[in-house]
Design a binder for this molecule. Structure first.
Ligand code: AMP
Length: 246
């Protein structure tokens, strides 16, 4: 196989994220050398033609991934659900997440944290699965990076879901992470998901149509080694593939 490169994009409006710009778009890909140019172009186009507005700051980073550093992980299984209202959708999310690892208090706090964001942040909040306390430092969240999949059959052809499923599969493979709650910041996209116990529960109507506020919460065990899990999420290159036991 030819050498692989990580291509990462994050874009904001009003200047860079770290100087107060608000998050417009982000994406993570792992591609062959000969695809780097085309992918970088398409990610720049995405940031320049986004329903949240036109980015005035776009950061695209490309770096070589040594093949011996890549970890191959299983894709989560997908379950589709129905919910007619936001209240119903959130109730389903609570039912799926709640269990021995994640308390109801933690889930309610996570929902409140997401609802109270006044603009989308570029990364995910880490929340203690027992107490519901946010434990990541700063307010920009942890940005999961260095991931993709070459298994298009396992991931389907819905771009939104493909990217979310890759991200959620990497997140759930992290040691000490026991669940995830997400809804998109794309105003047109109200489908969200929760991931836990190897399943990606896809839930419609997780937020108001037209809302540009979305986010992610990763539920973590209280005894987690926070720095090493952040290192894994940000830096370890991961390729997601179909489960071998199905
Ligand atoms: P999206 O699903 O792309 O609409 O993103 C919704 C929200 O999830 C964003 O506003 C971020 O808060 C968060 N998010 C998106 N991409 C990532 C990522 N790579 N790592 C962590 N959080 C992310």
């Amino acid at each position: 196989m030819s050498e692989l490169y990580s291509v990462r994009m994050r874009a904001a409006q009003g200047g860079p994220h770290e100087k107060g710009g608000h998050h417009i778009s982000g994406a993570e890909r792992i591609v062959k050398l000969e695809e780097v140019g085309v992918i970088a172009q398409s990610l720049a186009d995405r940031a320049l033609h986004h329903s949240k507005g036109t980015a005035d700051f776009i950061n695209i980073i490309v770096d070589l991934i040594p093949s011996n550093e890549i970890i191959y992980i299983d894709c989560l299984e997908v379950e589709e659900h129905r919910a007619k209202t936001i209240a119903e959708a959130h109730q389903l999310a609570i039912e799926f997440l709640q269990g021995p690892e994640i308390t109801e208090v933690a889930i309610q706090n996570a929902i409140t944290l997401l609802k109270e964001l006044d603009s989308s942040i570029r990364g995910a909040m880490l929340v203690d699965a027992t107490t519901g306390k946010r434990i990541d430092v700063g307010n920009r969240g942890v940005r999961v990076s260095h991931m993709d999949s070459f298994d298009s059959e396992a991931l389907g052809d819905n771009d939104h879901m493909r990217e979310a499923l890759v991200l959620a599969s990497k997140v759930q493979s992290g040691k000490g992470i026991v669940g995830e709650l997400c809804w998109s910041d794309d105003p047109d996209y109200t489908v969200g998901y929760v991931a836990c116990n190897g399943i990606y529960h896809r839930i419609p109507n997780m937020k108001e149509l037209g809302s540009a506020i979305g986010g992610r919460v990763f539920f973590v065990r209280s005894d987690i080694d926070r720095d090493s899990i952040i290192e894994y999420l940000e830096k370890t290159p991961v390729l997601v593939q179909r489960r071998h036991n199905v």
